[in-house]
Design a protein around this ligand. Structure first.
Ligand code: AQP
Length: 342
């Protein structure tokens, strides 16, 4: 079975670079999150200085129940540990433990023209999905820029949907540096070889808010049900019709769950195999792939201290970075305290 964690990253960061990424606790981790981002979080932690954040402030744009958000944040820490993040090799933090992210976002707001955030594609998409058109939704990518560059991270493992946000982060950095001097480096995205995973509808990006996901820690039966409901090649009506693996989401996903995907695609193309066979095989392979992670997650969930201990260790590790950057920023812009608190 091909190992997602060995997926080539492009472009490869240099070892001196710091890697940062954030994930919203807005629902259960799904195949898109895993193949597009989490697999790289895990792969990069061996060689780079890696910081990963559960961005709970960002999730406030879509999750409006306090108890639910707290639970989702807890669950996302468990998900990330279960997929292979190791607190000894990376810092796992909670965004809201660092008010400095919001402080820096405010400063970035003052160097960013409104038109830059208004044109962000995700702003339009999220409103179309029915999210409240709040100032927070508009400002989302500015907080994201602050999350990244407060650590002077230069590489950001994300899915392709985040490319526009990263572009905006670079523009914000350039605007800040032009006004106040060369404080921040420009962050670049790092993609896996599955930068956009489509949902079970086979057309839209797999996304929690679109309700088209395959949650990676769902029960095996639920995974089977969801995979069997996936839309395949719409032109393949009868079992004997030849398929087009290049437009079939099921065939595409096979690339990540077995070394024999070319044979599988050939079977579809020549109608040797039917969509039901191909889906059934994919479901079993997904279940097998995530089985050890599911078991690990269950073990972790039984330990009531693991989540807060992990976040405390991550916070202790990154706090000096946050303080050093904010001292530099405050000195440059002429506000607040400069230096460590006494
Ligand atoms: N379908 C996807 N394909 C590839 N990468 C994806 N990611 C999300 N969906 C896909 C990547 O996963 C990381 C964490 O995403 P997030 O939960 O913080 O935000 P998101 O991109 O908005 O994910 P969703 O599922 O679409 O959440 P909702 O619906 O709540 O907004 C990111 O690196 C993202 O690129």
């Amino acid at each position: 079975m091909s190992q997602i964690v060995e997926a080539p990253v492009s472009p490869r960061p240099s070892t001196a670079e710091r890697v940062f990424s954030g994930i919203q606790p807005s629902g259960a981790s799904h195949l898109g999150n895993y193949l597009g981002a989490q697999a790289n979080y895990v792969a990069l932690q061996d060689e780079y200085d890696t910081i990963y954040a559960i961005v709970d402030w960002h999730a406030l744009t879509s999750v409006h129940d306090g108890a639910e958000l707290r639970q989702l944040t807890h669950d996302m820490v468990l998900d990330l540990l279960a997929v292979g993040l190791d607190p000894a090799r990376c810092a796992l933090i909670r965004q809201s433990d660092f008010p400095e992210h919001a402080e820096l976002a405010w400063i970035f707001n003052t160097v960013t023209p409104v038109s830059w955030v208004e044109r962000t594609p995700t702003y339009k998409e999220k409103r179309q999905q029915g999210l409240e058109n709040s100032v927070g939704l508009l400002d989302y990518p500015i907080l994201q820029a602050a999350d990244i560059v407060i650590y002077k991270a230069t590489r950001v493992p994300v899915g392709r949907d985040q490319a526009a946000h990263l572009e905006l982060s670079r523009e914000v950095v350039r605007a800040f540096n032009r006004r106040y001097g060369d404080v921040f480096p420009e962050p670049q995205p790092v993609f896996t070889d599955a930068p956009t995973v489509l949902g079970i509808d086979g057309s839209a990006k797999m996304s929690k808010s679109a309700g088209n996901t395959i949650p990676i820690f769902a029960d095996p039966d639920e995974i089977r049900r969801l995979v069997m409901s996936m839309v395949t090649d719409p032109l393949r009506i009868k079992r004997t019709d030849p398929g087009r693996p290049e437009v079939c989401n099921v065939c595409q996903l096979h690339r990540f769950f077995g070394g024999d995907y070319l044979q599988i695609q050939d079977g579809e193309r020549t109608a040797r195999t039917g969509c039901v066979d191909t889906k059934g095989l994919l479901a079993e392979r997904i279940i097998e792939f995530f089985r050890p992670m599911r078991a690990r997650r269950a073990e972790l969930a039984a330990d009531p201290a693991v989540v807060e201990d992990t976040l405390a260790a991550g916070a202790a590790r990154v706090r000096p970075i946050v303080e050093a950057t904010m001292s530099e920023v405050r000195a440059a812009v002429g506000v607040g305290r400069v230096g460590r608190p006494r």
